[in-house]
Design a protein around this ligand. Structure first.
Ligand SMILES: Nc1ncnc2c1ncn2[C@@H]1O[C@H](COP(=O)(O)OP(=O)(O)O)[C@@H](O)[C@H]1O
Ligand SMILES: [Mg+2]
Length: 360
């Protein structure tokens, strides 16, 4: 059992704020991802949870116990580093045994735990190999094994797949998630890669400039982003934003974008600003032959079964996802419209999503 709570957690380095009054409850057995662009404070947050960095203010609770000022070694948490520092002169077995030897475990306990971890990670056949000769995936498994043998309450991972190539990353994502499920652990996983986060997480906290903007399931993060930043950061490509040059009133159910009337989910509240944005995902736009927003094809990206069109319009460059057999030429004039009712209106003064009948 391991629940991790952070409460008003704050970290500054002289006058620079790296983590801003953050609050989170990471539940027992959750695979929780901290996601955000480089420099947003992910590593600093993780290091404070691990005890490698002290908070400037605020608290960290592990199973309701305040561990904010306990040393890393007293926290029962395992940190898996990005650069997995294995001992190249030791074989796999001794790499796994090392943390246990340091803690004074008996030879028998060490053998049992090493074998258990090696079997879970399917590296029991290479226990006698030197780590210097191992392939990337096996090295990563040995690094995980070193964290696993201690049977910690929680695993913290800081971009653990960062140095692997694309094919290995995908495989290791699956492996890590399976391992997490097999051992009933709580995992806090840091990445800047939204696809990695979406594919692995039970919940994702999206961070920017030291702040946690939203913590929700991948499905909610994708479909009901609370801010423009989250809407744009998630998805490849991210959400389109089209300016609406009017104030939004309560119960409003359509808006004018570039002279075209578009139905929107009925709004509960109005906007504070009279300059707002309609947020639409690329898959929720379609090419039409009349009565749409006009533009010129600026770019076409092939993605196998789909294409992403970039259309130059008076409201900016808009991305549209179409089937790959859609035949369009660069510079061709097209029209497009909104496919369904999944759009979100963002308030122009706060960049926050307005509440509609679909968002509660
Ligand atoms: N020890 C430090 N001293 C000064 N600034 C730091 C220190 N550690 C991190 N920072 C700054 O804090 C911000 C957040 O860093 P970090 O948590 O590493 O971000 P991330 O992991 O999201 O890329 C960055 O601007 C970084 O330069
Ligand atoms: Mg980092």
């Amino acid at each position: 059992m391991a629940e991790i709570e952070i409460k008003n957690l704050h970290k500054s380095f002289s006058d620079f704020i790296a983590v801003k009054n953050s609050n989170l409850v990471i539940e027992n057995k959750e695979f929780f991802v901290l996601l955000g662009p480089s420099g947003c404070g992910k590593t600093t947050t993780l290091r404070m949870i691990a005890g490698l960095e002290l908070p400037t203010s605020g608290n960290i609770f592990l199973d309701k116990e305040d561990v904010s000022y306990l040393r890393a070694s007293q926290r029962d948490i395992a940190f898996v580093f990005q650069l997995f520092a294995l001992y190249p002169h030791l074989n796999v077995r001794n790499n796994l045994a090392f943390p246990l030897k340091m803690q004074g475990y008996s030879k028998q306990d060490i053998d049992t735990r090493v074998m258990e971890a090696a079997k879970l990670l399917r590296i029991d056949h290479i226990l006698k190999s030197k780590t210097s000769g191992l392939a990337g995936g096996d090295r990563q498994r040995v690094a995980l094994g070193r964290a696993l043998v201690r049977r910690p309450k929680a695993f913290l991972m800081d971009e653990p797949l960062g140095t692997l190539d694309a094919e290995f990353r995908e495989l290791m994502c699956l492996e890590l998630r399976k391992l997490h499920d097999d051992i009933d652990a709580t995992t806090v996983y840091v990445t800047h890669d939204q696809q990695e986060a979406m594919s692995m997480a039970d919940r994702i906290a999206v961070m920017n400039e030291g702040e946690i903007l939203q913590a929700d399931s991948p499905n909610i993060i994708y479909n009901k982003p609370k801010t423009k930043f989250v809407a744009n950061f998630i998805g490849s490509p991210g959400m389109n934003f089209m300016p609406i040059n009017q104030k939004i009133s309560p119960n409003q159910n359509n808006v004018s974008v570039a002279g075209t009337i578009i139905n929107i989910p009925t709004q509960k509240d109005g906007s504070s600003s009279d300059q707002n944005f309609l947020g639409v995902r690329p898959e929720n736009l379609k090419l039409v032959s009349e009565n749409g927003i006009k533009g010129n094809i600026f770019g076409v990206e092939y993605l196998g079964s789909r294409k992403i069109l970039t259309v130059e319009t008076v409201v900016g460059n808009i991305k549209i996802r179409v089937d790959s057999d859609t035949n369009v030429q660069i510079n061709e004039q097209v029209q497009f419209n909104v496919l369904n009712n999944n759009q979100i209106v963002f308030d122009g003064s706060t960049d926050k999503a307005l509440i509609s009948e679909f968002i509660s």
